[in-house]
Design a protein around this ligand. Structure first.
Ligand code: AMP
Ligand code: MG
Length: 486
């Protein structure tokens, strides 16, 4: 066995009903196509070792690293509102955990690593496209400063994957603060396994929210911590035009990280009702619905830990309700913080919300590009603004209002601009660029992907040499739908 890190596996110490012990299934011809060297170093891995034949064998699941205790986690969840009592890692295995000096404890997971007892009808595999998409988007998210799982590596497997067509198999190494989901708690609640629920809640507190431990009401505080983390996270998504696409309870991380990049997308031209996912027929997970859906998901979490929230059901419901009721104002405040910062406002005025909403309305009416609009406001690029708002009837009076509001800030213009630049990215992982990277990747050329990943690692920099990645797609380049990562 190869020693790549000091594994310290806490999830594997939980009772056996929490998971299925299962090694990854070997693949025929593993090839490393991308290693996130910076993250590897932060995790305490040796880059040379990870890129060696032995290292790649581990990233492909052909060899086990010393100390690794592979397992598939059990969880349940509501998918598009419908209850599924058993989901679980159907194509992923947790290799184990490392306690990195700077980052803290992190899960090391292979995704696309073969069947598990939770695979149901699936093959346990992933093809190159979704693996590339998750790598690109999750790393872009991290560079934007938004909580997310990370991508450590991508390998191709040398095996064919049967989808609507035959596609090359691939495996992603995913890093997370933890893979606990709302659905993990629902799994135990649904089985009326109150001992399991308590063990899991204690585990979550120990690992993610240790401050709750010393509180008088640790589980109430756990609920509050998860509510606050989700309110913050969704507000961040709204500030970059991100649509998650599958906010099922099994895709809601207790750690408050963005997780499971399936049919997700960053919007180009803004519309609040935008949906990309080809399977989201009713628009349940539309852009503007995300805050409400997060609220609904948090109610499901509260229900799952209800037995821990009070001695009687009445008491527990009252505690749950009181905490859940903090969500709307937490979200609202986080959202306002995000958009104030995007508009260069450091003070708070009552009418700021109207100012933000008026801009979003003008953008909707004109189909203005979300990212380019805020970037043009930052740089005061009149040509770009003109391109986004060909009809000036809404934007001109808005600009007058905004400038008057900025005057009242009494801040140095250069300082305002600098602060706005750090809030309004020039580069987001636009769907057409991801699709182009995948197309080239399927032809064996990963140079587009490499340049895209590199560009997205500095989203707030101007990077004139990569200006083509800043542009919105032309009509011909537009990708109307994204697909689930299966
Ligand atoms: P997702 O929509 O990716 O969040 O996945 C929902 C559920 O389906 C999870 O339990 C996954 O593990 C499982 N799943 C997705 N794709 C596959 C696959 N190709 N093979 C087995 N299970 C899968
Ligand atoms: Mg999932």
């Amino acid at each position: 066995m190869i020693n790549i890190a000091q594994f310290d596996n806490t999830y594997a110490r939980l009772p056996e009903r929490f998971y299925a012990q299962i090694p990854p299934t070997a693949v025929s011809d593993p090839k490393l196509i991308k290693l996130n060297e910076k993250l590897a170093i932060e995790l305490g891995f040796d880059v040379g070792q990870l890129t060696s034949k032995d290292g790649v064998a581990i990233l492909a699941g052909n060899e086990l690293a010393e100390g690794s205790e592979p397992l598939a986690m059990a969880y349940a969840g509501q998918q598009f509102g419908s209850w599924v009592p058993q989901l679980g890692d159907g194509r992923a295995v947790l290799l184990g955990e490392v306690n990195a000096p700077e980052l803290g404890r992190r899960d090391i997971q292979l995704k696309g690593s073969g069947p598990t007892p939770f695979s149901r009808m699936g093959d346990g595999r992933a093809w190159l496209g979704p693996v590339m998409r998750e790598y690109i988007v999750s790393e872009a998210m991290a560079a934007l400063g938004i909580p997310t799982t990370r991508a450590l590596a991508m390998v191709t497997t040398g095996d064919d994957i049967m989808r609507e067509e035959i596609l090359p198999g691939a495996i992603l190494t995913r890093i997370a603060k933890s893979h606990l989901r709302v659905g993990t708690f629902q799994y135990f609640a649904a089985r009326r396994d109150s001992e399991g629920s308590k063990l899991l809640a204690d585990y979550a507190i120990d690992r993610l929210y240790p401050d709750c431990k010393n509180s008088e009401h640790p589980y109430k505080d756990l609920l509050q911590s998860v509510v606050s983390a989700q309110a913050y996270l969704v507000a961040q998504w709204m500030g970059v035009g991100f649509i998650h696409g599958v906010m099922n309870t099994d895709n809601v991380s207790i750690a408050g990280e963005t997780i499971d990049y399936g049919p997700c997308a960053f919007m180009d031209d803004f519309h609040p009702d935008r949906v990309f996912s080809s399977i989201d027929q009713t628009g349940r997970y539309a852009f503007s619905n995300q805050p409400r859906i997060a609220h609904w998901n948090l109610v499901q979490f509260a229900q799952a830990i209800l037995s821990l929230l009070g001695k009687t059901e009445e008491e527990a419901v009252a505690v749950a309700q009181a905490v859940i009721d903090t969500y709307p104002s937490l979200y609202h405040q986080a959202w306002l913080d995000v958009f104030r910062a995007k508009l260069g406002l450091s003070l708070a005025e009552d009418d700021d919300e109207t100012l933000v909403n008026d801009l979003l309305k003008a953008m909707t009416n004109e189909g203005a590009d979300f990212t380019l609009t805020f970037r043009a406001l930052t740089s005061q690029d009149q040509v770009e603004l003109g391109a986004q708002f060909q009809n000036r009837t809404d934007i001109d009076p808005w600009l007058v209002e905004w400038r008057a509001r900025l005057e009242r800030e009494n801040r140095d213009v250069a300082e305002t601009r600098k602060s706005m630049k750090a809030q309004n990215p020039a580069f987001i992982p636009r769907t057409h660029l991801i699709e182009r990277s995948i197309k080239h990747g399927l032809e064996g050329d990963f140079s587009t992907m490499e340049r895209l990943i590199e560009t997205l690692s500095k989203p707030y920099d101007d990077q004139p040499e990569n200006i083509d990645f800043m542009h919105a797609p032309t009509q011909a380049e537009q990708v109307p739908y994204t697909f689930c990562g299966t």
